[in-house]
Design a protein around this ligand. Structure first.
Ligand code: TRP
Ligand code: SF4
Length: 427
């Protein structure tokens, strides 16, 4: 290796095919336009996106935007959940609306968790952690089962979703219980809820997710498109492309109004617009659609982040205790897990001195990169010392374990303080 790449520890190889095959865009291209990029952005842990330009544009021009995610209360919140929470919080700090769903309907339908347990885990594991990490009042924190908006919207989306499409994504079969299917639509409703008129209408909304969650995002983008009243398409013309607005089941007067306001040509079921940009047409259509009672959803945006590997190598899995650190693990226990974690060290000290360590294979380095070191230059030092062979794993681990202990201790103190503030979040 001749160039120093402290972010290289996050392997992108497995992800590149996502770009080409599934139409996920590269996050790098947007990075230059982001004012205070989050650690995950700067370090290319967030590597891909769909439509994030729309969110960024709103952020820059001071228009409304939102970030949302949901958490299934079926176990402990761990460092992977922390990543998503941090992204929601970051967007709130940049002026966005924050939405945090506790997916109790999903946990109940899919994992058989009782409603009481859902409530307890939802609050104690997820909501308290999100507040401890910096979520501020004004955020919309809710349990799916308690939200009429979400449940009504899920039903409405169900009109446009069929069994084949859902089963292709979620692997449903004849044995799948119906509530499980409903909870898939409920997740789509969570994602679209921030755009309801009750929340100030259509706006760019980002859903920060792990790379494997893209099928859900695509499903929801598809549903948003299907429940809208109008379809806007760019068409190639003879000398210049034009924009066609089709109103599937739209009222005649609505289509007429669109023709009038865009100067377009009105047909039986569509309007062709020649002189405006797509943004201009979209704005008119959205306005008209809303006045005629439609949703006018924008396709939800997403960012994709890489996963951390498990502390023992392999996958991080909530069913393998030693593979992850929970935000409610006792500080000493968290530190011990770090001490037992797999490193990128060589077999002998001599070899390590000679060849240097391999941070790209090291789960301890990953903890530093993802969570424990905020300052980029400090991380760069660790990286250099590791590959240069002057850092030895024993000392390095102790360092990381100490930091983990400090983090967990501080975090859990903040969680207890957060308990007093639940009321500010309507809980
Ligand atoms: N299905 C997600 C999980 O398994 C939880 C979830 C519910 C969610 N609603 C959401 C995630 C909306 C993102 C956006 O954890
Ligand atoms: Fe990992 Fe630290 Fe060892 Fe390098 S020195 S391989 S970063 S534990």
């Amino acid at each position: 290796m001749n160039t120093l790449d402290p972010w290289g520890a996050v392997k992108i190889d497995n992800y590149t095919k996502l770009f080409d095959e599934f139409g996920i865009s590269r996050f790098d291209e947007l990075l230059g336009n982001i004012k205070n990029p989050h650690r995950y952005m700067r370090r290319h842990i967030i590597f891909g996106h769909r439509s994030y330009d729309s969110v960024l544009d709103a952020m820059i021009t001071g228009k409304p935007f939102a970030a949302m995610s949901g958490f299934m209360p079926s176990g402990k919140a761990h460092l992977g959940h922390k990543m998503v929470m941090e992204m929601i919080i970051w967007h709130q700090q940049q002026g966005g609306d924050a939405f945090l769903a506790i997916a109790d309907m999903e946990a109940h339908a899919v994992r058989n968790i009782s409603w009481e347990k859902c409530r307890e885990l939802g609050i104690n594991e997820y909501i308290l952690s999100a507040i401890a990490l910096g979520l501020e009042p004004g955020a919309h924190v809710y349990f799916q089962s308690k939200s009429d908006h979400v449940r009504d919207l899920a039903f409405e989306l169900g009109v446009k979703a069929n069994f084949s499409e859902l089963s292709a994504i979620y692997g449903f079969s004849g044995e799948t219980n119906i509530a499980h299917m409903v909870s898939a639509l409920t997740q789509s409703a969570d994602i679209l809820q921030p755009q309801l008129k009750e929340f100030r209408g259509p706006k760019p909304v980002v859903i920060p997710v792990g790379a494997d969650q893209d099928p859900h995002i695509r499903l929801t983008r598809g549903l948003a498109y299907k429940v809208n009243m109008f379809i806007i398409e760019k068409r190639p013309g003879n000398d210049k492309s034009y924009i066609s607005v089709r109103g599937k089941a739209a009222p005649k007067e609505a289509l007429k109004e669109i023709a009038k306001r865009t100067g377009g040509k009105l047909y039986e079921e569509h309007v062709d617009v020649f002189a405006l940009s797509s943004e201009e047409v979209e704005a008119v259509v959205r306005d008209v659609e809303l006045r005629y009672g439609g949703y006018a959803f924008m396709p939800p945006a997403s960012t994709y982040h890489k996963f951390m590997t498990g502390l023992q190598g392999g996958k991080m899995s909530s069913s393998v205790q030693e593979s992850f650190i929970a935000l409610s693990d006792k500080p000493e226990e968290g530190a011990k897990k770090v001490m037992r974690a797999i490193t990128g060290g060589r077999v002998t000290i001599e070899e390590q001195k000679e060849k240097g360590g391999e941070p790209e294979k090291c789960s301890v380095y990953e903890l530093l990169l993802f969570h424990l070191i905020e300052d980029d230059s400090e991380l760069m030092e660790v990286y250099k010392d590791c590959v240069g062979g002057t850092r030895v794993c024993g000392v390095c681990k102790k360092h990381a374990a100490e930091r983990m202990k400090e983090f967990l201790k501080g975090h859990q103190e903040k969680m207890e303080l957060a308990r007093e503030r639940l009321g500010e979040f309507g809980i």
